[in-house]
Design a protein around this ligand. Structure first.
Ligand code: ADP
Length: 240
């Protein structure tokens, strides 16, 4: 069964189409990068999948569960999807453990602690559990945000420009680490980025978007070497 199915989803803001007939599927454990220029509707696509926005038309399915469409709108917290945003949005007054356990309200205290320790181990931050966010580097904060998203054991996580506030050097190593963590845990992901190098190196498949619609979707090497439209070719920097 597919992990995620986005079926002909469209969204307008103030009458302007922002997402147009979005359609793609994700296999379990697959990583898809949505690549496109600023303002092309990438964040809105993620927000529609997350449930922060309602679809105007179309459907979103997570495995056998319909999340959006046909009058249905499952709220974000009930979707079973993890999110990591560009600015991490950690709680400054809570330590690392507090940040990671925050959303695990359905578990008892001991189980919550056990799960938090497990994901902190996964992201390599077990020894930092008592630190507050301001006592961590950008890369470490990013990992706390990832640990928090992974703690409820989602099958899918959504990543909105998660590496763009990191320094160039740290960006590449953090990206590789996050990719390895997702692959090890078998978690699928949709990553939104305007950075083609990031999309091509992080994802199993890349969707290039323009004005709210997918122009081309395929494996990184195919999209890079065989762009099917002039827009994709010029966005990826091909001169001919
Ligand atoms: P990207 O992530 O590719 O930069 P966005 O999805 O953030 O693109 O934005 C796409 C377009 O939708 C932009 O023109 C933006 O101004 C507009 N937009 C996004 N969210 C809203 C909103 N809540 N209300 C009105 N317009 C919005």
């Amino acid at each position: 069964m597919k992990l995620l199915r986005v079926v002909d989803v469209s969204k307008r803001f103030d009458g302007q189409p922002v997402v147009r007939h979005l359609r793609f599927e994700l296999e379990p454990g697959e990583i898809l990068a949505v690549l496109g220029p600023s303002g092309s509707g990438k964040t809105t696509m993620l927000r529609l999948i997350a449930g922060f926005e309602r679809v105007d038309r179309g459907e979103v399915w997570l495995q056998e569960k319909q999340l959006s469409g046909s009058g249905r709108h499952v709220p974000p917290e009930a979707r079973g999807i993890g999110f990591v945003f560009q600015d991490y949005a950690l709680f400054p007054h809570l330590d690392v453990l507090g940040n990671v356990t925050f959303g695990l309200t359905r578990l008892g205290a001991a189980e919550r602690r056990r799960r938090a320790e497990e994901v902190l181990d996964l992201v390599g931050l077990k020894l930092f559990r008592r630190r507050r966010p301001h006592e961590l580097s950008g890369g470490q904060q990013q990992r706390v945000a990832l640990a928090r998203a992974l703690a409820p054991e989602p099958r899918l996580i959504l990543l909105d420009e998660p590496f763009s506030s990191l320094d160039a050097g740290l960006r590449e190593s953090t990206r590789d680490d996050v990719r390895a963590i997702l692959k090890q845990a078998g978690i699928g992901a949709v990553l939104v980025t305007h950075d083609q190098e990031e999309a091509l190196s992080f994802a199993d498949r890349v969707a290039v978007v323009r004005d709210g619609a997918i122009e081309q979707l395929g494996p990184p090497e195919e999209v890079y070497h065989s762009p099917t439209t002039p827009f994709v070719a010029s966005f990826l920097g091909h001169t001919n």
